[in-house]
Design a protein. Structure first.
Length: 112
C-alpha cells in the first residue's frame, strides 16, 4: 500500500473540507440565528466536507496500482474521522467558557 498517499490525501481532504466549512461559518455567520434559514451557502457548508472526502478517495483510487478499493476506503474512513475531529476541536475552542448572563437589576431594599 502507498501509505503516504493515503495519509496525505486524508489530511488534505480533512483540512480543506472541514476547514472550508468552519471558515464559512465563522466568517459569514457571526450568530447562529441565520443558520435556521435555508440558503445555498448553508448547503455548501454541509456538502464541502463530503465532497472533499469523495475527491480524496477518487484521487487515491486513480493513483494506485494495487489494492485500489482498500486504499480508497481507508482514505474515506481516515478523512471522515479527521474531519470530525477538526469540527469537534473547533467547537471546543470557539465556545465560551462560561455563558454570559445579563446583569441583575439592583432592587431597593425596604428597611423598617
Amino acid at each position: 500500500m502507498r501509505l503516504k498517499l493515503v495519509l496525505i490525501a486524508s489530511f488534505v481532504a480533512a483540512i480543506v473540507g472541514s476547514g472550508g466549512s468552519i471558515a464559512i461559518i465563522l466568517a459569514k455567520f457571526s450568530s447562529l440565528k441565520r443558520l435556521s434559514a435555508p440558503d445555498l451557502l448553508i448547503a455548501s457548508t454541509l456538502i464541502l466536507p463530503v465532497a472533499a472526502v469523495v475527491l480524496a478517495a477518487m484521487f487515491v483510487y486513480r493513483h494506485t496500482a494495487r489494492r485500489r478499493k482498500t486504499q480508497a476506503l481507508l482514505t474515506c474512513i481516515l478523512a471522515a474521522c479527521l474531519s470530525l475531529t477538526v469540527f469537534i476541536l473547533t467547537s471546543v475552542l470557539t465556545s465560551r467558557a462560561t455563558p454570559t448572563q445579563p446583569p441583575q437589576p439592583v432592587l431597593p431594599r425596604n428597611v423598617g
